[in-house]
Design a binder for this molecule. Structure first.
Ligand code: NAG
Ligand code: NAG
Ligand code: NAG
Ligand code: NAG
Ligand code: NAG
Length: 432
């Protein structure tokens, strides 16, 4: 055999001593091979144990969740009950106490914007997020148009919007971005714009769309069932609007849709669960100027429905739709108790679970912000810039930072408390 031949050659060249060295080496190689075999066997055994443990844990959890679904597995604590859905918030004699997974999720910083930016809009299209307009560090309104690539982690400057724009609405319809409403200067010497600009993503080009029937500043926009909706905001004199204007590509024109039930400005919109959801905003109420209301518009029945209140009232926040019928509401503006003029950015974020009709508070964002915008891409939510907290200043500092939120998927398990007036809505407003 070839192996023997080589052994012989070794023997002939090097003599007796070398042969015994050689066989000792062979022996030690054999021993180390045996040792390696044993280590591999032990590792395989340990891996089997780990897999077995994982299977047991997963099985137990699945059983627990099934039991919770059946509402039979009450835990042996006299004052607390768990349930898998809060669709019925009134279980006899129990107070809804919130989610078992309250505060979950992770925030991490991402690539800073090229320059500080506030009051912009964002639109997510697959792995890209378009960042439209806004104001710079001096409060100058911009015609800037950027795109952030979430996979390459880079910003690219695109053809500017034909007119500067901030505090407006933006929505994606048929691979086109609609830019509508808002203001074109910060000193308010120019009239509110009624122009609509449309960016065709496939052609990388801006087009002029039809004019609005009337202007709306600080509104929100969303697209659903082939139409763009522009909701609420203020008129030139800062009166609150309940107005809704709708763009129909078939007639290439704007017309009115039924008013929302509560007039408000600085509000947030999303196409969610088959309806246009409208969240929070400034309502001008003397004791609670920011609204905790959520209302939704069904574009088929043309009816508005009142939905569960936000946990924390706010305006000028960011909203994004997450996979799994979840709506994430980020930051926004709050005010100090009994003083509407002292406003600050919020750290608080909350998720609305469409399946359960329930709001759950999530992890705090490390840097509070308002007048910010967010978009979902690949299951993560990105938020860009916005305004930092400022008290009694004409221009709040624009932020250059971005943050990304990763939610944690888990069973929806809610706490119900006996003999306890505890309620999420009774939580104090940060920071007072
Ligand atoms: C249950 O609630 C009652 C009333 O609030 C309280 O007095 C009692 O200590 C609670 N029991 C436990 C085990 O926490
Ligand atoms: C902001 O204003 C300052 C002072 O006028 C100026 O130096 C700076 O370049 C401006 N920044 C931007 C981004 O325009
Ligand atoms: C208002 O802002 C516009 C655009 O930023 C500028 O051209 C104009 O001079 C400003 N007007 C006043 C009165 O400051
Ligand atoms: C103002 O807000 C308070 C507290 O949320 C509420 O009780 C009151 O009804 C509101 N007033 C109006 C006019 O909406
Ligand atoms: C709110 O704060 C402003 C600015 O500090 C102050 O001038 C005003 O008196 C305060 N209002 C109330 C109702 O406390």
């Amino acid at each position: 055999m070839e192996m023997q031949g080589r052994d012989k050659a070794y023997f002939n060249d090097a003599g007796d001593g070398a042969w015994s060295n050689f066989s000792r080496e062979m022996e030690s190689i054999r021993r180390s091979q045996k040792r390696n075999c044993r280590i591999v066997a032990i590792l395989l055994f340990l891996m089997t144990l780990v897999i077995l443990a994982l299977v047991i844990v997963a099985g137990t959890q699945a059983r627990t969740i099934r039991r919770l679904n059946d509402r039979k597995g009450l835990l042996p604590h006299p004052n607390v009950t768990f349930a898998s859905s809060s669709g019925d918030r009134t279980i006899d004699g129990l107070t809804y106490g919130g989610s078992l997974f309250r505060g979950s999720g992770f925030w991490t910083p991402r690539d800073d914007l090229p320059a500080p930016l506030t009051d912009e809009c964002t639109v997510g299209v697959e792995e890209k997020i378009y960042i439209i307009g806004g104001a710079d560090v001096n409060g100058t309104v911009l015609d800037q148009f950027l795109v952030y690539d979430t996979t390459l982690h880079s910003y690219t400057t695109l053809t500017p919007i034909p007119e500067p724009r901030y505090r407006f609405g933006a929505a994606l319809l048929n691979n086109k971005i609609y830019v509508v409403g808002g203001r074109q200067d910060a000193n308010e010497s120019l009239p509110l714009p009624t122009t609509t600009y449309v960016y065709d993503i496939a052609q990388s080009q801006w087009f002029k769309g039809p004019d609005l029937v009337e202007p709306q500043s600080d509104p929100c926009a969303a697209a659903l069932n082939g139409k763009v909706y522009l909701v609420g905001g203020y008129n030139a004199g800062y009166d609150l609007l309940a107005k809704v204007q709708v763009y129909d590509p078939a007639s290439n024109s704007w017309s009115y849709a039924p008013n929302m039930p509560t007039p408000r400005g600085d509000l947030m919109c999303a196409a969610f669960d088959g309806e246009i959801y409208v969240l929070g905003g400034y309502s001008g109420n003397a004791t609670e100027p920011f609204s905790s209301k959520m209302e939704s518009f069904n574009t088929v029945t043309q009816k508005w429905t009142t939905r569960p209140d936000l946990l924390t009232p706010r305006g000028d926040g960011a909203v994004a739709v997450l996979p799994g019928r979840k709506l994430l509401l980020i930051g926004g503006e709050g005010h100090y108790k009994n003083n509407d003029t002292l406003k600050y950015g919020k750290h608080t974020n909350e998720v609305f679970y469409g399946a359960d009709g329930t709001w759950v508070e999530k992890a705090l964002i490390p840097s509070a912000r308002f007048r910010t915008a967010a978009a979902e891409s690949g299951g993560l939510v990105y938020t860009f810039g916005g305004s930092d907290t400022c008290i009694d200043k004409a221009v709040c500092p624009a932020l250059q930072t971005t943050a990304v939120f990763l939610d944690v998927d888990h069973p929806h398990v809610y706490l119900y408390l006996k003999n306890d007036p505890y309620n999420d809505n009774a939580l104090p407003i940060y920071p007072l």
